[in-house]
Design a protein. Structure first.
Length: 737
């Protein structure tokens, strides 16, 4: 339909009508520009341009939705939607639809005083010419929290709680008789008793806990936990319930289990760990001359033996869903008596476990395996550093992926239980090599750690890198998790669906972010596959990472690649785990610190005993809660790191450091110091000498006049300007060049 009869050109209205017909005929289809041109026979340049203009207008009017760069579909969302309100300190609030669509702007006057994270109902507002899409909050369905943490401001006749981060529209008014002894300047936790309304814009609350003086380490850590609604005290009635648990193991219980007490078994954990929830055992079951066979046991603390479903302890663990790891402390999911004593796989003590027992050959091929309730006795508790040293003392070079050379008569292995640990390391390296060959994504992320003195003050900041000893444990935990997930998900009779199970799932990367990465790396001469099989894309990503190692742009590429990745979560609906390249995966190996692992133990036990499929809806709710709590715990952990960063840098004002650009926003650049990995921001107004424009697609700021460029990953020298402990904020300026 490139031209009308008589040779007249098509009108814009005719093209729009044709487009409307195409989309209404297939309301659930997504069409590319190429397909649209072909379907409507738009074969001239003017006709194609008319169509593009018409499509843009239809998107503007919300008749169509743009999917990706050149794809369109009918917009079937109504004018009224439900979702989450996101409050921003700069007033640029937004509404995030439940279906995961793009955020929609909500001005302050149309927010109904909704708070950050509240569930709201909105109505779309009429679109103004040349203005962005806007929404108006019509109802607050539920508040995310009824609790706030902040600093008390106590005047003669009234008091306020001043909160950080602008999560509330106004400070919280507190009647003097509801202060619970809180004094001016102290940090406190407040429960909200009255929300803003048409009659009164005030938020009113009462103090439920006075944390103490600002700047005190315990007060600040408790404040971070309270800010996220995480507990900082363990309820006494739950601890009392734990005290009543009998730690003894009866002969009858041992008789019901497989006995591994005579097999070499050890735990390998961080040096300061107290909750040992996994152990490894190994024994040779055939001579290496005949082709070695080894029995490797992955033994996991049998928490569900002690913590019964719906008990007082179980309900508290379910609510917490995870242990929280702040810089200087662990807030455990289970009472200390359970996580550090009864369940913890401490050396030289009989312990109950749920174990995956593998028979493997020298190439780490699993010949057979079984799941069993066991009793073990750990021979040795190792720190990662000890095992790493033992491996290196016997010829292992970290990072090469090569196992130790064979022992000889003249050069036997050095160290206690060296032969067993070296064999476990060799098998783990085979598993790791195979995993990456199958398409697992290679992200060796370093973690920031602090050395802390007796008062909680940081004395050193450093990155901890995963070495061979860490990877040894990681590979066997991954193998156990994958194997038990496959045993439920992949085994089903014809015509039936798999039994309800808890999976750890990880979706494929965001295609648009992957394309953005391809465009970012292209100018540096790198290539990246953005289409094809999952394995092909992940292998291309790995090749890109390897190729960029040691280059100036390495940080840029790693950061943008990481942002393209989806977040892993828990679900009863399995879609596989993209990052690990596993079709089935779960969390089985840490029930002391993760509630989903306890759920998995219970389901496996139920199915081993011939039980019917569990209620999927119930378990899906628990999965969603566990995923939410995991994210909340990570946010609290990040805030504790930020606090310690600022505290660590507080006595370094005026000092200069080399760093690299770790983030770019329209309001400034984030810089990570190379020496100690602390991160701060150079505000935009300190980038003098030009007016800078933010190129979001290429992660850079470009000077309008002089074309000076700041790009993610670039080396840069900074001077420490301010360290605001209260706001957990480090400010840098550029050092004189």
């Amino acid at each position: 339909m490139g031209k009308k009869k008589g040779g007249k050109r098509l009108s814009k209205k005719a093209v729009a009508d044709a487009l409307q017909g195409l989309f209404t005929a297939s309301p659930n289809e997504t069409f590319s520009l190429k397909y649209i041109f072909k379907a409507l026979k738009l074969d001239t340049h003017p006709a194609k341009m008319l169509a593009i203009d018409a499509l843009d207008e239809m998107c503007w009017d919300d008749y169509l939705s743009k999917v990706g760069d050149n794809q369109y579909r009918l917009n079937q969302k109504g004018q009224v939607q439900e979702g989450t309100f996101i409050r921003k300190a700069n007033g640029k609030n937004s509404f995030l639809p439940d279906d995961g669509g793009k955020p929609i702007f909500v001005s302050e006057r149309n927010s109904m005083f909704a708070l950050n994270g509240d569930r709201v109902r909105i109505a779309m507002m009429a679109r103004r010419q040349k203005h962005i899409k806007e929404a108006m909050v019509t109802e607050i369905l539920s508040h995310k929290t009824d609790q706030a943490v902040g600093k008390l401001k106590v005047e003669k006749d009234f008091a306020f709680l001043i909160t950080e981060g602008n999560i509330f529209v106004h400070d919280i008014l507190i009647p003097k008789k509801k202060l619970k002894g809180g004094k001016d300047g102290e940090k406190a936790v407040v429960k909200i008793t009255q929300w803003p309304s048409k009659e009164s814009k005030n938020i009113v609350g009462e103090v439920i806990d006075v944390l103490g003086k600002e700047g005190d380490n315990n007060v600040e850590m408790h404040a971070i936990l309270a800010q996220y609604g995480l507990p900082y005290k363990y309820p006494k009635h739950v601890e009392d319930a734990a005290m009543k648990i009998d730690p003894g193991i009866t002969d009858e219980e041992i008789a019901r289990r497989e006995d591994f007490r005579d097999v070499f078994t050890c735990t390998i954990d961080p040096k300061d760990a107290k909750d040992f929830d996994d152990a490894l055992s190994i024994r040779t079951i055939s001579s290496p001359n005949l082709g070695g066979l080894y029995e490797v046991g992955v033994h996991i603390a049998d928490v569900s033996h002690y913590v019964k479903e719906n008990s007082i302890i179980d309900k508290e663990a379910q609510k917490r869903a995870t242990s929280v790891y702040l810089v200087d402390r662990t807030i455990p999911m289970l009472p200390e008596r359970l996580c550090n004593f009864i369940c913890s796989l401490r050396p030289d003590e009989d312990k109950l476990c749920y174990s995956v027992i593998f028979v493997m050959d020298d190439e780490a091929n699993v010949k057979n395996w079984h799941l069993a309730h066991t009793v073990i006795r750990s021979d040795r508790r190792y720190a990662y550093e000890e095992v790493q040293q033992l491996l290196e003392d016997n010829g292992v070079v970290d990072g090469t992926g090569q196992p130790a050379p064979p022992a000889t008569k003249n050069k036997p292995y050095k160290g206690e239980y060296a032969a067993q640990l070296i064999k476990l390391d060799a098998l783990a390296k085979k598993l790791r090599e195979r995993r990456f060959k199958n398409g697992a994504v290679k992200f060796d992320r370093e973690e920031l750690h602090f050395d802390i003195d007796a008062d909680g003050k940081p004395t050193r900041a450093y990155f901890k890198k995963s070495k061979d000893a860490n990877k040894l444990i990681e590979e066997f935990m991954l193998l156990a998790n994958r194997t038990v997930a496959e045993s439920i998900g992949a085994v089903k009779k014809a015509g039936t669906k798999a039994k309800t199970f808890v999976y750890r799932i990880h979706d494929q990367p965001d295609p648009q972010k992957l394309e953005s990465l391809r465009q970012v790396v292209a100018p540096f001469g790198y290539k990246l596959k953005t289409s094809g099989t999952k394995g092909a894309i992940s292998r291309s990503l790995n090749a890109l990472m390897d190729e960029a190692t040691g280059s100036r742009e390495q940080k840029l590429i790693e950061t943008v690649a990481l942002r393209a990745m989806m977040k892993a979560k828990y679900s009863t609906h399995n879609i596989g785990h993209y990052g690990l390249a596993f079709d089935y995966y779960t969390h089985f190996t840490s029930p002391i610190r993760r509630y989903p692992d306890t759920m998995v133990h219970r389901l496996l036990t139920k199915y081993q005993e011939g039980g019917r499929s569990a209620n999927q809806e119930h378990y899906e709710e628990l999965c969603e809660h566990s995923s939410d709590m995991e994210q909340t715990a990570q946010n609290a952990e990040r805030d504790s790191i930020k606090y310690k960063m600022v505290e660590f840098m507080a006595d370094k004002i005026g000092q200069e450091f080399d760093g690299h650009i770790s983030g770019i926003q329209s309001y400034g650049i984030y810089v990570e110091i190379d020496e100690n990995h602390c991160e701060g921001m150079v505000p935009m107004h300190d980038l003098s000498g030009d007016y800078y424009e933010f190129d979001e697609a290429h992660y850079q700021l470009i000077g309008r006049r002089h074309h000076n460029k700041y790009q993610l990953g670039d080396p840069i020298r900074i001077k420490v300007a301010r360290a605001n402990i209260e706001k957990r904020q480090l400010d840098f300026t550029l050092a004189e060049q």
